[in-house]
Design a protein around this ligand. Structure first.
Ligand code: NAD
Length: 693
């Protein structure tokens, strides 16, 4: 199919444009559209024009492959195409099906009229990349929908269905049957009724409530700390109401350029492209055979096993859950039911849907019942011997081409694989708790894991709605290995003079979804305690504050015991600072003869975040992570790292690696300064004036 096909029916020209799969506005398409539009305007037989997308969509917006390349702005740009349509003496009708997103919707709004399939999705999602619509979208949409509704769409970036805008100037008619036929009939009717050309730019902006802009600005500034785009969207929509159209467009352009050059949008674009980049694994050919996962087995119905079974059930995949004894199985199923029931109680799931999902989970005590599953995921106790036994049995009973996966957080996947006769089919699937909710899935590739197993599990991640990131084998993989260094600093800060609530607030103000102490209380302080006991034997050089151990000795494991670094009221997850903890910290400092000092928030943030970066650099130099962006996506999807800072490695680049190293040198002179030796890769990149991303 050529980029734009031209045909004439009666007195209406139909331009069917195509850039599969989503008709994004690549430069070649814009050139073809200009040619076809000029042809139609010059064709004496043609009195009206219909624009329709081929295939699945009208147009999904800018071509991301051209982002940041000269082609993205090469003539004709989108604004020039829209100007061409608006200057036409013949009416142009956009016929919208599938999606009209971003630049695609701006293009449609440049047409004189729009007709749409009822369920077509219309959106201006630029805010999700830290931008605003830059081709008149903030000026035309308020003229079509009124300022309030338009701003709602622009600041959320979320789509609306065409039928919900029927009768507004955004959707002049909803077409139930064949869209092209309907659009041509609409154009014929325009001609028959001699309807005037209507340009959105000529309409007035309806503002129902004058206090609206100020209120929205305040609300959005509070809701999106650190992100300028949402408030800029308000400014631009207000400009549409305040200024003449051409002035408003200029104002929009200035806002767009400012946002495009700003760090937040760069970080959000890094995150957006990163999520796509991590799905591509170097060295794995496109045509690698993918094993379809139509059914699954989960061994162990504890916290993780239950959540993993729910993740499968939620994705429509039947799953068998195996336990060591009937009591544990009943307990596991009861927890699953409770979890689903809570979601139903919150109105997020219907009872009927809950029943369907639960029906996809069957239980068993017999390994032979798992035989036909395409994948078995082991989630038993974190004990190498127990896991090896489970894998030996799985290897024995599972069908020959089944994948065997382990949910271990710290154990050696290669050692587990060695207990089977099919190490090529063994892989780590490191889910995060709660496994049915958390988006991140670390996919741990063992020394012998085959391309086919890896590619199949990457595909499975997508089916489960997870962000799969590949990690090599090491203690803690990417995410937890780094978080250990982050927590190490957070704990040292307590020794030196800070309190948990100060550290948490400093990091939350900086943008982390949750501070390290609230996070530890949520995950369970006993997990780290257990690991530190092992460390004392395996890696005695790994220094720790003693404060978290003292806390655990009191049984303060966090939310699950009602107290940890904070205390928790019954039934509440809100951390309440606890004088008992303050006293424990003070006593420890006295005992260790540490004179506490006042610690600035800036130091807290630098020490915790730079510790993450330094360990990230080691993970990269060891080849545990394939690329810096994989580390960033782990932190964005699994650890509440602020998206507008792009992830730890991207953030390091924005700070400048020289500045990161200089700060580390400064901390090297302080408390437990031995932690601050810069990673070889960090020092090397800095010396070569290079960056991680
Ligand atoms: P858990 O103690 O809640 O559950 C383990 C379950 O396995 C128990 O129900 C137990 O009865 C069952 N089990 C033990 N041996 C078994 C056997 N031989 N056969 C069948 N069932 C057996 O533990 P969990 O928190 O769900 O952790 C499970 C695994 O997931 C561990 O490897 C852990 O390191 C890992 N993990 C845990 C988390 C977390 O946050 N809890 C996060 C990621 C990974």
């Amino acid at each position: 199919m050529p980029p734009a096909d031209y045909s004439v029916r009666g007195s209406v020209a139909a331009i069917t444009f195509s850039n599969p799969p989503m008709n994004t506005m690549a430069h070649a398409l814009r050139v073809a559209l200009r040619e076809r539009l000029q042809q139609a305007f010059a064709d004496p037989a043609v009195r009206a024009v219909v624009l329709i997308g081929a295939g699945r969509a009208f147009c999904a917006g800018a071509e991301i492959r051209e982002f940041d390349s000269p082609l993205s702005v090469a003539s004709p740009n989108l604004r020039e195409l829209i100007a061409l349509i608006e200057s036409s003496a013949k009416p142009v009708v956009a016929a919208i099906h599938g999606f009209a997103m971003g630049g695609g919707l701006e293009f449609a709004m440049g047409c004189h009229y729009r007709v749409a399939a009822p369920a077509a999705q219309l959106a201006l999602p630029e805010v999700k990349l830290g931008l605003l619509p830059g081709a008149g979208g903030t000026q035309r949409l308020p003229r079509a929908l009124g300022a309030e509704r338009a701003l709602g769409m622009i600041v959320s970036g979320d789509p609306i269905e065409a039928r919900s805008a029927a009768g507004t100037a955004l959707v002049d008619a909803v077409v139930e049957g064949d869209l092209l036929d309907g659009a041509i009939a609409f154009a014929e009717a325009l001609l028959a009724q001699n309807r005037p050309l209507r340009r959105l730019r000529d309409l007035a902006v309806n503002v129902a409530n004058p206090g609206f802009f100020a209120r929205e600005r305040e609300r959005l500034a509070a809701a999106h700390r650190g992100l300028p785009a949402p408030v800029k969207c308000v400014d631009a929509v207000e400009a549409a109401a305040r200024l003449a159209f051409d002035e408003g467009v200029k104002f929009e352009r200035r806002c767009f350029d400012e946002l495009l050059a700003g760090g937040e949008s760069k970080a959000l674009r890094h995150a957006f492209f990163g999520e796509r980049a991590v799905t591509k694994i170097p060295g794995i050919p496109e045509d690698t055979r993918i094993r379809e996962i139509r059914s699954a087995a989960v061994v162990g119905a504890g916290t993780m096993g239950g959540g993993i079974a729910m993740a499968f059930a939620n994705a429509g995949i039947p799953v068998k859950l195996l336990e060591a004894n009937p009591e544990a199985l009943d307990k596991g199923m009861a927890a699953i039911r409770r979890n689903y029931a809570a979601t139903v109680a919150r109105g997020k799931l219907t009872q009927a849907e809950m029943d369907k999902r639960i029906a996809r989970i069957s239980t068993t005590l017999a390994y032979t019942a798992l035989r036909d599953a395409d994948i078995a995921i082991e989630a038993v106790f974190e004990d190498l011997q127990v896991k090896k036994q489970v894998f030996t049995v799985l290897d024995d009973v599972m069908k020959a081409d089944a994948i065997l996966a382990t949910n271990t957080s710290t154990l050696d996947v290669d050692a587990i694989a060695a207990s089977t006769t099919r190490p090529q089919a063994v892989i780590g699937t490191h889910f995060f708790s709660p496994a049915n909710v958390m988006r991140l899935l670390e996919i741990v590739r063992g020394a012998k894991t085959s391309n086919e197993t890896l590619a199949s599990v990457m595909k499975l991640a997508k089916m489960l709605g997870k962000t799969g990131v590949v990690s090599g084998v090491c203690d803690g993989f990417i995410g937890n290995r780094m978080v250990e260094r982050y927590l190490q600093q957070a704990f040292f800060l307590l020794d030196e003079g800070a309190l948990p609530q100060q550290v948490d607030r400093a990091l939350q103000d900086w943008g982390m979804a949750m501070g390290p102490f609230a996070m530890s209380d949520l995950a369970g302080n006993d997990i780290g305690w257990h690991i530190r006991k092992r460390r004392a034997i395996e890696r005695p050089e790994f220094a720790y504050s003693k404060i978290p151990d003292r806390l655990c000795e009191l049984g303060r494991f966090g939310q699950k015991t009602g107290s940890g670094f904070y205390r928790y009221e019954t039934g509440s997850r809100a951390p309440v600072p606890d004088p008992v903890v303050d006293k424990l910290i003070e006593d420890y400092r006295a005992e260790a003869r540490i004179t506490p000092r006042t610690i600035a928030d800036g130091e807290i943030v630098e020490r915790c975040i730079f510790a993450l970066i330094n360990e990230g650099a080691r993970i990269l130099e060891e080849g545990i992570a394939l690329r810096a962006v994989d580390i960033d996506i782990v932190y964005l999807a699994g650890y509440g790292f602020p998206r507008y800072r792009g992830g730890p490695m991207f953030f390091a680049d924005t700070v400048g690696l020289g500045n990161v190293i200089a700060a580390m040198e400064k901390y090297r002179k302080g408390y437990h300064g031995e932690c601050w030796t810069p990673a070889t890769l960090l020092a090397k990149l800095c010396a070569e004036d290079k960056a991680f991303t």
